[in-house]
Design a binder for this molecule. Structure first.
Ligand code: LLP
Length: 382
């Protein structure tokens, strides 16, 4: 449960809104920073998880780089003071305009996702008399054992180049004088809670690292992406991830040649726990078979439950009742999937009670939409 003082602050605020505990965010970032430093690892924060400016400022102060997946994310990171030398740009569909802007900003690296993209970046760099640093995103065909919609490293996924295309990549690179290959990049999926999966990734990265060496390329960077999951069931207890155990897997199982750097692109594990969606109950509908709590927030504010059947802990932060009732907690949007949780056991609730939907700091506000002409969701900080 959120603290009493925090809840007291919400009293008269207009709902719904995202609440961010910036103190918890700082602690999470610091825990991650010091663990990464211990192993000499580099972290780029995946902006896609949350690009709220206050969140980004906190991340920037920690000294992390920025992992971006659109021209606007690149622009935003640089505008907010991230060093362009620490900005990487991934994505299967970079437009020419986005590539040109990134080249003009002298970003650190393009994570390239197809053979064709190599040629396009080379051409645009050549026209500007520039050399673009690139890392090839390789699809390692490692199963992340996570939800099928957020797994990305299998051959059936659209991301990266497949291993059987690597010879073509080398051939293309040889024909691209305005590209400098600096590394290889992987990302196998998100919300990964079984750390064994990362061992399998390390084995694959080692294999491919050797392959490049055998083909005459000394890579500077091994970028293993992000994906570390969080515990959505325990927003209060041990809510900061054990970054040290996570990094130590890579320290143990990844073979680093010479001074090779290891880069990570963490999103969720850094920002999920510090955010909650705060909403008010508009109506209570008691039926014969079901009781519904209808909130003033819906899938337009937090899409994860509707899109992935994702679990978020739901709390009534107003009710003092001892009576427990099972409710389906739903939003006001005209879609049946607009449901935050079914048969959720909560203290007896009434119109006007405040509800907190927890662990919503990652892929929450950023995925909100204006569907049904809803107003853009606001944010509150402490
Ligand atoms: N790097 C790449 C190339 C990625 O595609 C992603 C996430 C990350 C890093 C950061 O992954 P993280 O550490 O946050 O797991 N909307 C979904 C998650 C989509 C993740 C997309 N890629 C959700 O709400 O669960």
């Amino acid at each position: 449960m959120l603290s009493k003082d925090t809840i007291a602050r919400f009293g008269n605020l207009e709902t719904p809104f995202y609440y961010y505990d910036l103190g918890l965010l700082d602690q999470t970032l610091e825990t991650c920073r010091s663990a990464a430093e211990k192993f000499g690892f580099h972290v780029h924060y995946a902006l896609k998880a949350n690009f709220n400016e206050q969140v980004l400022q906190a991340v920037r102060k920690t000294g992390f780089g920025a992992d971006c997946v659109s021209g606007n994310e690149v622009k935003k990171a640089i505008e907010l003071g991230f060093d362009p030398g620490k900005v990487v740009f991934a994505g299967v569909g970079k437009s020419d305009k986005e590539i040109i802007e990134a080249l003009n900003s002298d970003i650190y690296c393009f994570n390239v996702e197809s053979v064709q993209e190599l040629g396009i970046i080379n051409g645009l760099a050549a026209e500007r008399g520039k050399t673009a640093r690139v890392a090839i995103r390789i699809n390692p065909n490692v199963d992340a054992h996570t939800h099928q919609y957020i797994t990305t490293g299998l051959e059936e996924n659209k991301f990266g180049v497949n291993q059987w295309e690597l010879n073509s990549c080398i051939k293309e690179l040889k024909a691209c004088p305005n590209l400098k290959l600096i590394g290889i990049h992987f990302h196998i999926g998100s919300q990964i809670t079984n750390l064994e999966v990362f061992k399998s990734l390390c084995v694959k990265v080692n294999e491919l690292n050797s392959w490049f060496e055998d083909h005459g390329y000394q890579l500077q960077i091994l970028n293993v992406g992000g994906g570390l999951g969080v515990d959505y069931h325990a927003p209060d207890e041990n809510s900061i991830n054990d970054f040290e155990s996570y990094f130590s897997i890579f320290d143990q199982f990844l073979e680093r040649r010479n001074d090779q750097e290891v880069h990570f692109e963490l999103g969720r594990a850094l920002v999920a726990q510090c955010g909650s969606l705060i909403s008010r109950i508009l109506y209570v509908k008691n039926g014969l078979k079901k009781n519904f709590l209808i909130l003033d927030a819906g899938m337009t504010e937090l899409m994860r439950p509707a899109l992935y059947q994702a679990y978020h802990k739901i709390e009534n932060i107003s009710s003092l009742s001892d009576v427990q009732v099972k409710y389906d907690v739903v939003g006001p949007i005209c879609e049946s999937t607009d449901c935050f949780g079914k048969e959720v056991e909560l203290p007896e609730s009434i119109r006007g009670d405040l509800m907190a939907i927890r662990t919503a700091g990652a892929y929450g506000e950023v995925m909100s939409s204006g569907y049904n002409l809803r107003e853009r969701v606001k944010s509150v900080y402490s």
